[in-house]
Design a protein around this ligand. Structure first.
Ligand SMILES: Cc1ncc(COP(=O)(O)O)c(C=O)c1O
Length: 375
């Protein structure tokens, strides 16, 4: 059996090696390393895939979030609401810009922002909401957008973990994750569903004015060469990463299907285990399984992780600490308002999930989980 990894990027690379190698060599030969034609082509191919007017590539998913917030011209102390249960980057950028993060609980089943708690957290200083499409499926965007409209708030979707998933609104409209808010962001970190071979990210928007503003911000606030109209940053996707992403974008749906197939296998294996809750697939969002995350109900999650490690099966705890309790972002809070987050911190465990898992590996992993749970 092939060695089991959380993410097997090497096997994935070998399947597309000759095409990717040639594409990279082509970039080297043309020496158009920055803002070359590969970046432009990737940008427009991703616009087509997402059915969004503007994709603005940048250096990583954290920059993408920071730049989107910068584009909103918020004032120091303005409040931005996001979930307490997400990767730190989402809240880090809020603090970097001297805005105030307001963290709220998530829904126990989908791990995405609890829209009732979101509503309750709105104050006159609230300016934006960042719903995080955690682990591969969309937040309840119908509700989030409704709340945002009622209170005139900007919505920036953190789509680092769910590219390719789709949300179906009650009127039947279907939209790709990241294209429903005023802006959406993503990360092309290698392990992401659409990952490059280094760092990369992008911002999506259908708003022409915002797109123009963002194109300036990513380039030192320049709209005309050497004229700096505002304080910007230097955040670029390079041509080598863009050429890799062009190839991988053509495979994104196939990759997401492979992840879903692996998830189906796990789901079936664990369906009858009373102490395991398998991931909930929300009715109105497709799931692209960036992570396959179980909830372990017998209180032995850490022992399970240890047992799997002994069998050479990696398993990760995403995430072990609530953001509101992290040293950097500590806020006084009432734990009673964060019941779901606090339960999830104790229960979640993510199993290996990637495009290259075969049945032999899936069987070995699920047998090991069940062996422990049935002990
Ligand atoms: C939810 C979420 N937001 C933002 C990011 C930041 O992306 P990057 O690592 O490309 O800066 C990540 C990456 O792990 C993420 O998972």
């Amino acid at each position: 059996m092939k060695k089991i990894q959380m993410v097997d990027l090497q096997s994935q690379y070998y399947k597309i090696k000759s095409e990717v190698d040639n594409a990279i060599l082509n970039v080297l030969n043309t020496a158009a390393f920055i803002n070359g034609p590969e970046v432009k082509s990737f940008q427009s191919e991703l616009e087509t895939y997402l059915d969004v007017k503007h994709v603005i590539p940048c250096a990583n998913g954290t920059d993408a979030l920071q730049i989107s917030l910068m584009a909103l011209n918020l004032q120091e102390g303005d409040e931005v609401i996001t979930s307490d249960f997400t990767f730190a980057a989402t809240v880090e950028v809020i603090h970097l810009l001297k805005l105030k993060s307001v963290l709220v609980d998530v829904d126990y089943d989908t791990f995405t922002i609890d829209t009732e708690k979101l509503k309750a957290a709105i104050t006159p200083k609230t300016k934006a909401i960042i719903p995080v499409h955690l682990f591969g499926q969309c937040s309840n965007m119908e509700e989030v957008l409704k709340i945002a409209k009622e209170h005139n708030l900007a919505v920036i979707e953190d789509n680092a973990q769910a590219i390719g998933s789709e949300f179906t609104f009650s009127d039947g409209t279907v939209k790709k994750s990241g294209t429903m808010g005023i802006m959406g962001t993503t990360s092309f970190f290698p392990s992401k569903n659409l990952g490059c071979y280094g760092d990369g990210g992008a911002i999506f928007t259908n708003d022409d004015e915002l797109a123009h503003k963002i194109r300036g911000i990513v380039n030192h606030g320049m709209y005309e060469r050497y004229y700096h109209d505002e304080v910007g940053v230097n955040s670029r996707l390079d041509s080598i990463q863009a050429t890799v992403l062009r190839k991988k974008l053509t495979l994104l749906d196939t990759y997401n299907e492979a992840r879903r197939k692996a998830a189906d296998y796990y789901d079936e294996a664990f369906a009858d285990c009373k102490d395991i809750l398998i991931p909930t697939r929300a009715e109105n969002s497709s799931h692209v399984f960036h992570q396959y995350t179980l909830r372990i109900l017998n209180g032995k999650r850490n022992e399970l992780q240890q047992f799997l490690t002994e069998k050479e099966i990696p398993a990760m705890i995403y995430y072990p600490v609530a953001l509101r309790k992290q040293k950097a972002y500590f806020q006084e809070s009432n734990d009673a308002d964060f019941v779901n987050t606090d339960k999830l911190l104790e229960q979640v465990i993510s199993l290996p999930m990637h495009t290259e898992l075969d049945d032999e590996q899936l069987k070995y992993i699920s047998d090991a989980v069940l062996e422990f749970m049935n002990k």
